[in-house]
Every structure is written in C-alpha cells, then in structure tokens.
Write a protein that binds this ligand. Structure first.
Ligand code: PMP
Length: 364
C-alpha cells in the first residue's frame, strides 16, 4: 500500500544529489526503520556488531562485487566524510613531499581534489578545461610516468560533462566517480582506486564508497591519522568505528534494485536512451541550447540554457507547476540542469521534453 502511494505521489525528481532513489529501496528502508526482518528492532537501533548488520554489510559488498565484477584483490570500503574527505585521503595515503601526483582538471570537484592534494606533495595538472568554463573534457594530454597516480573525475556534476573513454594510464588511475558510479559498465582493473559519495546512484548521503586495489595500501612513510588511513578500514572490514548502518542498508537495497533490472548494462542502456531523448529535444527546440560540447555531454547531468535568458524564470515556474523539482542550474552555469540518474524513470524525461515542446509552441 505504501509502495503504491510512493509511486503515485512522487515528483519528477531532477535533483543533482541527494537525488532520486528507487522506490523499492525507499520501501525497504521505510519498513526497516520500523522493524528489521521481524527482530523487534529498527535498523536504526541494531548494533553494528550484530549478526543482522554484519549480514547487511556482507551482502552489500558481495552484490557490488558481483554487479561491477570487482576482482578479489580490490577492497570495498563503506566510509564516511563524503567524496570531499577522499580528496584528502587519496593524497594522504599515496603522495609524499618529494613525489608528484597528476590531476586532470575538468570542473569544480576536480579542482577541489587537486587543491587538496597540493597539501601533501607536488601536483601536476596535466590538462584543464577551465579556459572554457569546463564545457569540455581535455584530450591528448600526456600523463607523466613519474607520477605516483593520475586522478580523474569521471563525471562533472556541475558543468555537465562526462569522460566517455578512460585514459590508458602508465601510472595507477584514481577516479572520483561520485556522480556516475553504477550508471554504466566500468572495467574496474583499469583503476587502482575508485571513490564515490553515495547520494546520487548508490544510496542516501552518509556513506562513501571506496574501491581500492590491495597494492595501493601502505604506499607512504608518513604517519596517517587512524581514521584517514585506508589500511584501518581494509583491516577492519569498514567496521573500525561505527559505520553509517542505515545508509549502507539503503545502498544494499539500491544494489538489489540494480540487479533486479538486469544489472549495470541494462541500466546503461536506459541511461543512454534517457539522455538521447533529452539532448535531442535541446538540439531540436529553438528555445534551448546545450552548454557543453556534444561529444563530452554527461548522461547524468544535462545542462542547458535558453536562447532568450529572460524566459528562464517562466520555464522554471512552469516546470515546478508540472511537478518537476531540481531543474535550476548551478549558479556557476545558470540555466537548467536535469540530473537523470539511474532511478529517474524515462517518463520523467518524457514529461520534461513534453513541457519544452509546449513552451516552444507557446513562445513561437
Ligand atoms: N565529486 C563530485 C563529482 C561530486 O558531484 C560531489 C558532490 N556533488 C563531490 C565530489 C562532493 O561530494 P560530497 O558532498 O559527498 O563530499
């Protein structure tokens, strides 16, 4: 019954994050807040050392390993502090004063990551798209062979670009995949470290996922505070301290939903179709224009503006009246941003496209 109400009453949720989650995960989370599997306690009340919670953590890890074919020499960690803490944790664990790390600067978050790394050693920005307000992904750069790692941001949440091909890196590749994790197939062995804040395609805010290759541990001589040392978490199965139990539970049910749809390859096809429908309309409709170069457009965060900016407030208002939320563009880009993450149904994209068409007729 609650499930029915949820589906029926839900907004067209284009939020950039926290963002739309599958109704089945919300239903499971909602049930478990009242009582977890008939044990007379809420998921919010069970001990993280209980067999019930250990089973949840183990299943989440197992499912993620299966869904992304993560090899056994990679650890899966459920941490806290968001992707922003990873900006520091990566160089803290991998970079030393006399060493160099390479960074690709593709947007706001990529910049934050490299600025943080500068506190720990030398940083070489191999290429940047700052010259054109991050509306493209740089290509044809050289990754220095003497870098201890090369850091990329797979999807640029704010400006709306995405790396559709990953570089062949001569040094370990580290990726912030916060905003496109689980949206497409990835070849995990290409990477030595992947991290993602959960609150887009993986679950609610509060848990941060790290996938780290065993050979990346113990790389620096410096002392690392316990909680910021990857080894602490690999050696304690993400349970050195109290993990974000509820967020992990909701993430488990998001993973179950991904599996039930047929897995990441099926999700990827659906994401391709959603993005195509929206970009086709942006390109066809004389009132709108995309903000990024076509070949680098994100399939997660679709950024666009209006040819006549004075019409933007009216379009936003119209969309809100039609039950759409989260379409206002980030202040550094303006216009609109439709985040079309995994759980957003294609019907929501069609509703937006329909609205854009009606608006064009009205303002012809
Ligand atoms: N990286 C990317 C690509 C992001 O989109 C975000 C947040 N939107 C972050 C990092 C920062 O994540 P958090 O808020 O979890 O620290």
């Amino acid at each position: 019954m609650v499930f029915y109400i949820l589906e029926f009453m839900r907004k067209h949720n284009f939020n950039a994050g926290p963002a739309i989650l599958p109704a089945s995960a919300l239903q499971a989370a909602s049930n478990a807040v009242l009582e977890l599997d008939g044990i007379g306690m809420s998921i919010l009340e069970v001990s993280h050392r209980s067999k019930e919670f250990e089973a949840i953590l183990d299943e989440a890890k197992k499912l993620l390993r299966e869904i992304l074919s993560i090899p056994n020499d990679y650890h899966i960690l459920f941490l806290q502090g968001g992707a922003s803490t990873q900006f520091a944790m990566v160089p803290y664990n991998l970079l030393e004063d006399d060493k160099k790390a390479a960074y690709l600067e593709t947007g706001h978050w990529a910049k934050k990551a490299n600025e943080e790394a500068m506190m720990f050693g030398n940083v070489e920005i191999v290429a940047s798209s700052a010259d054109k307000n991050f509306t493209y992904v740089p290509k044809n750069y050289t990754i220095p062979k003497d870098a201890v790692y090369f850091h990329i941001t797979s999807n640029n949440t704010i400006y709306g670009t995405q790396m559709h091909n990953f570089p062949q890196s001569p040094v370990p590749l580290a990726a912030d995949m916060s905003s496109d994790f689980l949206s497409r197939r990835i070849d995990v062995p290409k990477f030595s470290l992947i991290y993602a804040g959960a609150q887009k395609n993986f679950g609610p805010a509060g848990v941060t996922l790290v996938i780290i290759k065993d050979s990346m541990l113990g790389k620096v001589k410096r002392k690392i505070p316990t909680m910021l040392n990857y080894k602490t978490h690999t050696e304690n199965n993400s349970m050195y301290n109290t993990p974000p139990c509820f967020a992990i539970f909701a993430a488990l049910h998001t993973l179950k939903w991904i599996k039930s749809t047929g897995g990441v390859s099926v999700i990827e096809k659906s994401n391709d179709e959603k993005a195509k429908r929206l970009y086709d309309e942006i390109d066809r409709n004389p009132l709108f224009k995309g903000t990024c170069v076509k070949e680098d457009r994100s399939k997660m965060n679709v950024t666009f503006v209006m040819q006549k900016p004075e019409l933007e407030p009216e379009f936003l208002k119209t969309s809100e009246k039609a039950g759409m939320v989260g379409l206002k563009g980030h202040r550094s880009v303006g216009g609109f941003r439709a985040s079309i993450y995994n759980a957003l149904p294609i019907e929501s994209v069609d509703a937006l496209v329909g609205l854009m068409r009606e608006f064009a007729v009205k303002h012809a």
